[in-house]
Design a protein around this ligand. Structure first.
Ligand code: 6R9
Length: 604
């Protein structure tokens, strides 16, 4: 509770100003530390942090570590490939050299400050090199999607996918393409990473950028409509991800940190690349899958590198939970100190498994709530400082001021449930939707003037803890009662036979909406009428008669985004037998859809 209270009497310029002293600034800022308008009624929305200062993030995360902090020989990344045994490591000094070389390559290809560079690469060190090379010369990276070349035993051919996309873009000014693994060649546009790099100098002066110059664009799909290009800028983002990384994972210089996210997701941007490197951390970068060659792979890696801080998503935890504790216990996890989770509400069942089986009740679990738009963690425990409650992201980070509003936009006090909003910015919040500032204002600031609207539902309990209940557009209304997907899914998840559940609504002539549940069963369990009845009973007993599911469908796999979020929008269409599924560009594996349509529950 003290953490929650602290953020209200918190002095923004003093707190962040002190942190900023640890970074290198080519010139100091002139205006207010944080200048903003969050109220559409007062004019255009803007957020400016440390205006007037100039710096370069690449310089701060590499040169400063190598030259000032003498970390040149420290390992920046242990890279672990899809095949066990396929490994390499790169030190801070080597990373700096490669980044300078690739920055020179980009320059030789005509890329300059302010240009946008699309990156479409798998989880390899060269992806980090490409990102930082852009940053070094002031170019803006946009990582389209990064699905590996090798994932499990499946070869994914990015080249074919990219060539197809390039056909569409070639007229818009894409003039060159750099490849770093063996692929079929088109000499007109394709160039080889290694031969370009080998001829390039490993010295490259950084381009000094203004605090509010664009740093990167990351497209996020949202649950409806066209993807939005979320734009982050230089200084605020740098301070925010460096600080949240340090405090939320209680970073120590001898840590080995491992975030299993994809770099193409915001989690990878903030907590594989920028946050850890800003702190001079050693990380594991993993290209493969948690289940290849077997379901012990994660714990084998933890043991091998003596990982101390581990960060993953509920979807991975639930996937591994299906196989029980034996594959985990095969390996020693004594090095682990903090366990993190991100991406979706974590159901208490999965939280307990993570805490007890993986962490042997020794390691605090940090359930970090945030979004592409927030840049870094906004609601999160601090390990060992915040008493945990399984399934709650607990309290706001320093300087973050949340509120819960009802449908009429009134701030609710005490225990309550409603729309999660934020009353003021923090340095790492997004600045605009690339190329469409109006869409930025409409999406996040229009519904409740004066607030940033997260789009998530949230409950605050009597102790002031925040509990994310899921996206507001995923809420269900049964006979006038608002139910959150998270609470019904969590009730189903408590049954030993259920590994994962996803709940959507189907239209009902009397109740308005009824509950349609998809369940993935624990390894080795079969689906039958008895189980179906038990599951219905379980939800009724946990939540109440109103929440009794009308339908339960066996779902060997669920449709998910590449970052592991369940696409309930797609499941809702399946439940309602609507064939037009809308934009499926973020769907990780499209083969699950057909199977789900085949097994649909019919009836009223
Ligand atoms: C970082 C990231 C954002 C949405 C967000 C919310 C969900 C993320 C969560 C969580 C409950 C958590 N979400 N973390 N829900 N507890 N700890 O995931 O960014 O891909 O933009 O998704 O993810 O619904 O609004 P992004």
């Amino acid at each position: 509770m003290r953490v929650a209270q602290l953020s209200h009497c918190f002095l923004i310029p003093e707190f962040w100003g002190d942190i900023a002293k640890d970074f290198y600034w080519k010139s100091k800022h002139t205006g207010q530390f944080l200048d903003y308008n969050f109220d559409v009624k007062k004019g255009e929305i803007y957020i400016k942090c440390m205006e007037g200062a100039t710096t370069n993030i690449c310089y701060n995360v590499l040169d400063r570590n190598v030259h000032e902090r003498k970390l040149g020989d420290k390992v920046a990344f242990y890279w672990e490939g899809n095949e066990p045994g396929d490994v390499m490591k790169v030190t801070y000094r080597e990373l700096l050299q490669q980044v300078c070389q690739f920055a020179n390559v980009l320059k030789s290809q005509g890329v300059k400050k302010g240009d946008r560079v699309s990156i479409y690469m798998p989880m390899v060190v060269e992806l980090v090199v490409a990102m930082l090379a852009c940053v070094r010369i002031g170019a803006v990276h946009s990582i389209v999607v990064s699905n590996g070349f090798y994932r499990g035993d499946k070869l994914i051919n990015l080249k074919v996918i990219a060539d197809d996309a390039l056909q569409k873009f070639i007229l818009c000014g894409v003039f060159t393409c750099v490849w770093f693994r063996q692929v079929p060649w088109n000499p007109e546009v394709d160039q080889c990473w290694r031969s370009l790099l080998s001829g390039a100098s490993d010295e490259c002066e950084p381009e000094w950028c203004d605090s509010e110059d664009p740093l990167f664009i990351l497209y996020t799909s949202g649950s409806t409509g066209k993807p939005k290009g979320v734009l982050h800028t230089v200084s605020g983002y740098m301070l925010y991800v460096a600080t949240t990384f340090k405090l939320v994972f209680d970073y120590q210089p001898d840590d080995v940190y491992w975030c299993t996210a994809d770099i193409g997701w915001i989690t990878g941007h903030s907590y594989i690349t920028y946050g850890p490197l800003a702190n001079g951390a050693t990380s594991v970068l993993f290209e493969g899958l948690p289940t290849y060659p077997d379901v012990s792979r994660m714990w084998e890696i933890v043991d091998k590198y003596q990982v101390t801080k581990f960060y993953t998503a509920p979807t991975a935890i639930r996937l591994l939970m299906k196989y029980g504790s034996e594959p985990v216990q095969k390996y020693n996890r004594e090095s682990l100190k903090v366990l993190g989770t991100v991406g979706e509400p974590i159901n208490p069942e999965a939280w307990q498994w993570y805490y007890s089986v993986v962490g042997e009740k020794r390691c605090p679990v940090v359930d970090t709530f945030w979004q592409t738009e927030t840049g870094g963690h906004v609601l999160t425990p601090l390990p060992a400082a915040t008493p945990m409650k399984p399934g709650s992201a607990t309290f706001p980070f320093f300087g973050v001021v949340p509120a819960i509003l009802n449908e009429s936009g009134e701030e609710l006090e005490g225990p309550c449930e409603g729309y999660l909003v934020f009353k003021q910015p923090w340095p790492g919040v997004m600045r605009t939707v690339y190329g469409n500032h109006q869409r930025f204002e409409t999406t996040y600031f229009k519904k409740f003037p004066g607030y940033y609207v997260s789009g998530d539902g949230c409950r605050r309990d009597k102790d002031g803890y925040y509990w994310i209940t899921g996206r507001m557009d995923d809420m269900l209304n049964v006979s006038g009662h608002l139910l959150s997907t998270a609470e019904v899914e969590s009730a189903l998840g408590e049954h030993a036979a259920v590994a994962e559940a996803a709940v959507v609504s189907r239209l009902h002539p009397v109740k308005g909406e009824s509950l349609y549940c998809f369940v993935t069963l624990t390894d080795g369990v079969g689906f039958n009428r008895t189980l179906e009845a038990e599951l219905k009973k379980q939800v009724r007993e946990k939540i109440g008669a109103i929440a009794t599911p009308d339908f339960i469908q066996n779902a060997p796999s669920l449709p998910k985004t590449r970052s592991g979020k369940i696409m309930r929008r797609v499941l809702r269409k399946i439940a309602r037998n609507e064939q037009d599924l809308g934009d499926l560009s973020t769907l990780a594996d499209s083969s699950v859809i057909e199977q789900l349509f085949l097994n649909r529950c019919c009836g009223a």
